[in-house]
Design a protein around this ligand. Structure first.
Ligand code: KG4
Ligand code: ZN
Length: 357
């Protein structure tokens, strides 16, 4: 079975072909340089760029693979959550193809696809506990099978990636700052007393990163010289703390907070009798070295494998959409042509129709 995957939920237009669980090839156009000029994603510009890129990327993909449109057996498209205008470009393109080629179509939950992406490299064992950390979302899921997800906790405000990107903006790093903070703080010892570990003093499995952001803002207000500027010298804070310490400490605070709630979620699942077989770490922030290290330590403490995809499968891509779509289509779940794109903040419904695939 050859499934075409289409991703356009934020600032990456991507298409991929997956055959029987393996990636055939993919094409991707990132808008990151465009949005970096504005310090964040501008939704209107993102939709326009998707509209401009999607057709040529589709042609290029088929050409690279030496395949024709008639070789495609099914179509999968990210239906949300994401930026509505951006999603609509991918969904409309996918629906048009499904109509023209008379092939089944399925709208894929972008967040579930992030979690399932690891399966392209390594077959996860279920039930699994999954931590999804991206620029827009932070979720803990109990994943009983590739089609059965239960949300155990989520961010009540900023996502982990957003908390990193906003901190990066405060200290003068380009958008999105997560990777720069990671690289810049690499090998530097973190000081966990610099920032408060946010929202741990409760017994739920949700996250809240806005307090951490405010703490950083207040700290930096008192130290206006502590910013990245173009020039050879790196500034130092009044107390001798360097920007590298700040980056390392902020990222480590995010990492230990994520690991602590995941540890509690694991204990809660086990107490309910779920025989968890693995921990999955997914989403753009899963590329972070400190988050990987903390989750790795948790997994070995629990005697479980940590399943984390390689960096190229952590950030937004269409391979994960095609892969998740193939799983859905093979389990008989497809969509009628009137299924809706779902904006960020709204629940993605289970409104599948049966299909034979
Ligand atoms: O999953 P993703 O590509 O897009 C969304 O669905 O949001 O995640 C993007 C996020 C951004 O916040 C970016 O700063 C973050 O992933 N990110 C990282 C790293 N690489 C990407 N954050 C920390 N460390 C990294 N190495
Ligand atoms: Zn994403």
């Amino acid at each position: 079975m050859l499934v075409l995957g289409i991703e356009s939920s934020c600032d990456e237009t991507a298409l991929a072909l997956v055959r029987d669980g393996s990636l055939v090839d993919q094409t991707l156009s990132s808008q990151v340089d465009l949005h970096a000029l504005f310090g964040g994603v501008v939704p209107e510009l993102a939709s326009r760029e998707h509209g401009r890129s999607i057709g040529p990327l589709y042609d290029l993909l088929l050409q690279k693979c030496g395949l024709g449109a008639e070789d495609i057996d099914g179509i999968a498209v990210a239906r949300g959550p994401g930026l509505l205008g951006s999603l609509l470009v991918g969904v409309a393109f996918a629906k048009s193809l499904a109509m023209a080629l008379e092939r089944p179509i399925v709208g894929v939950n972008h967040l579930h696809a992030h979690v399932l992406a690891a399966g392209l490299e390594q077959e996860p064992t279920y039930p699994s506990l999954a931590l999804l950390v991206s620029g827009g979302h932070t979720h803990i899921y109990l994943v009983e099978s590739p089609t059965k997800f239960t949300t155990l906790g989520r961010s009540l405000d900023d996502a982990a990636g957003e908390a990193l990107d906003k901190f990066g903006k405060m200290i003068g790093l380009p958008y999105p700052a997560g990777k720069y903070i990671d690289d810049f703080g690499a090998g530097v010892e973190a000081d966990l007393k610099l920032f408060p570990r946010p929202y741990l003093d409760n017994d739920n499995l949700d996250f809240s990163f806005s307090g951490l952001k405010t703490a950083a803002l207040n700290l930096l207000k008192a130290q206006p010289n502590l910013r990245f500027l173009s020039g050879p010298a790196l500034p130092e804070g009044q107390d001798g703390i360097t920007l590298q310490n700040y980056c390392a400490s902020y990222a480590q605070t995010v990492a230990v907070t994520l690991a602590e709630k995941t540890r509690r979620a694991l204990a809660a699942c086990q107490a309910e009798g779920h025989k968890i077989q693995s921990i999955i770490l997914a989403g753009g922030v899963a590329a972070n070295s400190r988050v990987r290290a903390e989750l790795g330590a948790l997994a070995s403490e629990a005697g479980l494998p940590l399943i984390a995809p390689s960096a190229r499968l952590c950030t937004d891509n269409a391979a994960m959409i095609a892969y998740a779509g193939e799983i859905l289509l093979k389990s008989g779940q497809a969509h009628a042509l009137d299924f809706a794109a779902i904006p960020r903040g709204q629940r993605v419904p289970d409104d599948y129709v049966l299909c034979a695939f």
